[in-house]
Design a protein around this ligand. Structure first.
Ligand SMILES: NC(=O)c1ccc[n+]([C@@H]2O[C@H](COP(=O)([O-])OP(=O)(O)OC[C@H]3O[C@@H](n4cnc5c(N)ncnc54)[C@H](OP(=O)(O)O)[C@@H]3O)[C@@H](O)[C@H]2O)c1
Length: 290
C-alpha cells in the first residue's frame, strides 16, 4: 500500500512522518513543497505516474489565517487550485484522496457542536478558500475523505502552543482571548486517524464511506484555557490574562464557537478510532517537551 503525503514539511506532514515507522506495511512517500508543488498539475501528474499511490493525504495548505486577508490569490492558489489538481490526478490514477479542512468553514454562531450537515459560512479568506477547496474535490472525484479539524498544534512547525511557549520566554504577562471556544487537536492524533482510515479502506474493494468527517480531540475550551494548560504542563509561572476578542482585533474574524461533533467518524470507523480519541488535555500533557 503506497501513501503519498503532500505538504510533508508542515506540522501535520511532520506528524505523519513521526508515526510512519509504526506502520511498516505502508510505503509512505513524503513530499514537501520543494519536491511537490500541488499548484503545478504536471508536477503532480509526474509524481503519480512514478509512484502510483493508493492514497494521497493532502497535508499541504495555505494556513496563514490573517495574512490570507491581504493575499487572497495565494491562499486560493494553494487551497483551491492545489486541491483541484490533486482531485483531478487522483481520479486519473484511481487514488483515494484524504484532504484536511477546518472548523473555520463555520461562522461560529451555533451553540452546540457542528456536524458535517451544518451549513458552512466562512468569515474570512482562509475559511472561504478551504471551503472552496472542499467543494472542488467533491465535484471532481468521489473517492475522497475530507477531514475537518480544529486548533491543530504539535511539537512540529508553528502553532499556538509554540507561540505561547515563545512568548512566555519573552514576557512577564500574556493576554489571551477567552470568548472563542473550540477543541485543540494534537496533529499526531490526527495523523493516526488519517492512517487508520487508509488501512480500514484499503481492504474494502468498494466503499460507500467517502465524504466529509469531523475529527478533533475530545472536550472543549477557550484559547485562554488552552494557554493556561500549556503553561501548567510545562511548569511555567506567568501572569496570564483572559481578554475578550474585542480587545485583540485581528485581520481575519474567527468563529466564536467551533466545536466539532465527532459522532460520524466514530460510528463509521468504530473502536479503531472512537476508542482512541484522547481528551485534548491528555494529549497536550503527553506531548514531547522540547
Ligand atoms: N493549523 C491549524 O490550526 C489547523 C486547524 C484546522 C485545520 N487545519 C488544516 O490542517 C492541514 C494541515 O495544517 P498544518 O497546521 O500542518 O499546516 P502547516 O504547518 O502550515 O503546513 C502546511 C504545509 O503546506 C506546504 N505547502 C504550502 N504550499 C504548498 C504547495 N503549493 N505545494 C506543496 N506544499 C505546500 C507548506 O510548505 P512551505 O512551508 O514550504 O510553504 C507547509 O509545509 C491544513 O489543511 C490546514 O488547513 C489546520
Amino acid at each position: 500500500m503506497v501513501v503519498l503525503v503532500t505538504g510533508a514539511g508542515g506540522q501535520l506532514g511532520q506528524s505523519l512522518q513521526f508515526i510512519a515507522p509504526n506502520y511498516p506495511d505502508i510505503q509512505f512517500v513524503f513530499c514537501d513543497s520543494s519536491t511537490l508543488d500541488i499548484t503545478n498539475l504536471n508536477n503532480v501528474k509526474q509524481l503519480f505516474k512514478q509512484i502510483k499511490p493508493n492514497f494521497c493525504i493532502n497535508a499541504a495548505a495555505y494556513t496563514a489565517v490573517d495574512k490570507a486577508e491581504s493575499e487572497p490569490e495565494k491562499a486560493y492558489l494553494i487551497n483551491v487550485v492545489g486541491a483541484k489538481n490533486l482531485a483531478t490526478v487522483c481520479k486519473e490514477f484511481d487514488t483515494i484522496l484524504l484532504h484536511i479542512s477546518t472548523d473555520f468553514v463555520f461562522d461560529g454562531t451555533k451553540k452546540t457542536p457542528y456536524t458535517e450537515e451544518d451549513i458552512p459560512n466562512p468569515e474570512g479568506v482562509y475559511g472561504q478558500t478551504k471551503l472552496d477547496g472542499e467543494q472542488a474535490i467533491q465535484e471532481i472525484w468521489h473517492k475522497h475523505f475530507i477531514i475537518r479539524t480544529s486548533w491543530v498544534y504539535s511539537q512540529f512547525g508553528n502553532n499556538f502552543m509554540k507561540t505561547m511557549l515563545r512568548l512566555a520566554a519573552e514576557r512577564d504577562k500574556i493576554s489571551v482571548v477567552n470568548d472563542q471556544i473550540g477543541t485543540p487537536t494534537n496533529a499526531v492524533d490526527l495523523a493516526e486517524v488519517l492512517v487508520k482510515i487508509c488501512t480500514s479502506i484499503f481492504h474494502l474493494p468498494s466503499s460507500n464511506l467517502f465524504g466529509i468527517y469531523n475529527f478533533s480531540n475530545e472536550g472543549q475550551c477557550s484559547w485562554y484555557f488552552f494557554a493556561k494548560k500549556i503553561f501548567e504542563f510545562n511548569n511555567i509561572k506567568i501572569n496570564l490574562e483572559p481578554i475578550p476578542t474585542t480587545s485583540f482585533p485581528t485581520p481575519a474574524k474567527r468563529p466564536g464557537y467551533s466545536v466539532l461533533d465527532k459522532s460520524k467518524i466514530k460510528n463509521t470507523f468504530g473502536p479503531e478510532i472512537s476508542g482512541g480519541v484522547k481528551y485534548w488535555e491528555t494529549s497536550l500533557n503527553e506531548i514531547e517537551k522540547e
